[in-house]
Design a protein around this ligand. Sequence first.
Ligand SMILES: NC(=O)C1=CN([C@@H]2O[C@H](COP(=O)(O)OP(=O)(O)OC[C@H]3O[C@@H](n4cnc5c(N)ncnc54)[C@H](O)[C@@H]3O)[C@@H](O)[C@H]2O)C=CC1
Ligand SMILES: CC(=O)C(=O)O
Ligand SMILES: [Mg+2]
Length: 576
Amino acid sequence: MATATNRVLRVAIRGDSILTHPRFNKGTAFTHSERKAFGLNGRLPYRVNTLEEQCERAYDQLSTRGEPIRKNTFMQSLKDQNWVLYYGLLSRHVKELIPIIYTPTQGDAIANYSHLFRRSEGLYLSFPEQDGMEEDFLEMTRGRDIQLFVVTDSEAILGIGDQGVGGIGIATAKSAIYTLLGGMDPSKTLPVVLDVGTDNERLLNDNLYVGWPNKRVRGKAYDRFVDRFVQLVRKHYPHSLLHFEDFGVGNAQRLLDIYRNQHTVFNDDVQGTGAVTLAAMMSAVGVTKSKLSEQRYVVYGAGTAGLGITKQLRDGIMAIDKLSREAANARFFLLDRHGLVKQSLGPAKIRDALAEFVRPDDEWAGVPTNADGEVGLLDVVRHVKPTVLIGCSTHAGAFTEDVVRAMAEGTERPIIFPLSNPSRLVEVEPELANAWTNGKALMATGSPFPPCKMPNGKYYDIAECNNALIYPGLGYGAMITQARTLSDTMIIAGARRLAALSPALADPDSALLPDFSDARQVNTEVAIAVAEQAIAEGSATIDWDREEVRDRIAERQWIPEYPDFIYDPVHGEGST
Ligand SMILES: NC(=O)C1=CN([C@@H]2O[C@H](COP(=O)(O)OP(=O)(O)OC[C@H]3O[C@@H](n4cnc5c(N)ncnc54)[C@H](O)[C@@H]3O)[C@@H](O)[C@H]2O)C=CC1
Ligand SMILES: CC(=O)C(=O)O
Ligand SMILES: [Mg+2]
């Protein structure tokens, strides 16, 4: 509701309308004079509470709920009632509550979306209603200054696959994180689901499923539908940021390539995941006193995130260590469902997008294969002796004891990042990898995990290498400078700033990335770095000096505090 410099708001609605409007509702925090002005006197109990008191009450209520999914439902209902209270509560308990409103719990809420459904949130654009898309879009956005669209088509939600219309839950969660950690004004963000059907049989056979009960539309019809939406964004909100989330592997990078020259677009799974992993890797090589370019990287799961990470690390090696593209590419060994991505697998088993990273066969003479000539993870590890092992496969437990021990034989400090979400899909539990490597592994995971006890009795904090540690800052930096593009160099600037904040820099036994309890300050630093880079390279379209970026961002970031309200039925906000 407020920014650091905007403490008074003119509001046009009153009575029940304001009490049921989550953007304006203050509940018991309406002052007595506001109650008079807005017709609320008889609608509220006498005593005026502070936000602090409201947060205390809401936290007590939340604490009576045991299971994470019940806490998630409570938080959703709070968001439906009062945004300031919702974000106020979250910001007082960031580390405890992010796993409730985001991964892993939001994954369960999305999987059960149609059964938990109470009320809608965001914009639902359904394939059979596409002729009315512009009307629906305008109906939703009329009078609003939307600066950020978070869109999903729900094909690859976290690691749980196609969730049909329930995928709106990842767009709403990612938007909420933009506000909580990036300072984005929630009234200027819009989560969107493109409901193009679902191939999830469980949903198709469920009579309570609330989405379009149809097989997923693909091919040209799909492309036209997505394009219709993107062109509406471009036409009506040319300066907005368009964030793509959890699109399938056949579309994520492809749509990014199509639209990145038309609008300021961002694919979180490709670019956000790549950036946070680059930052964690910079931190890890700082601990081992080596360079990014000196590592041998095995990436297990060459889908959207796997390839995004690989390219971002490759670009980092080129930008920071000045290796050629070919030399940097040669540091990577990718595996997918058919094992090592190597030449003889042929086009039927290798996506075109992986072309740059296909290994030559002659490198693998004498290495054991299965009957189809495929090389598995253990044999890749034995042969390559990787210093880095990254998982983004959704294959729970893929980093077995044999794999981890084989890796530890080949390198003093194995860098192991099992990044699959939600937690139950992690490639290896950090506790196990810690035990199998005698506490030598440097680790980061996609969802939160508890610290591991080291042989010396100390605890090792597991960095949460989740794109939420960086995407709100990347997006905010691009949005606030109205950048024409979110360029690769802006992303690298953000990753370098994040790496510079790593606790492991000061103490090599500390976590590789800042703790999520500091994620707001961290993302603000990332936003500053991105905005400075946007100005330096001419992507920014606002007329700021680099030196003023920090102050400008501090002034503009949205904070969960109640401004004072003045009733103004003519010029006030809230009437549209
Ligand atoms: N930590 C983070 O910030 C992020 C984590 N992720 C996680 O990464 C995982 C993958 O996500 P996406 O790349 O979007 O999905 P995706 O479906 O594009 O990629 C998964 C890839 O793993 C491969 N795969 C599946 N089973 C395999 C197996 N048994 N062996 C080898 N390869 C196998 C698939 O063929 C596919 O190419 C998910 O769990 C997701 O939650 C994704 C984005 C960000
Ligand atoms: C974190 C995230 O974006 C994912 O797991 O898809
Ligand atoms: Mg994602």
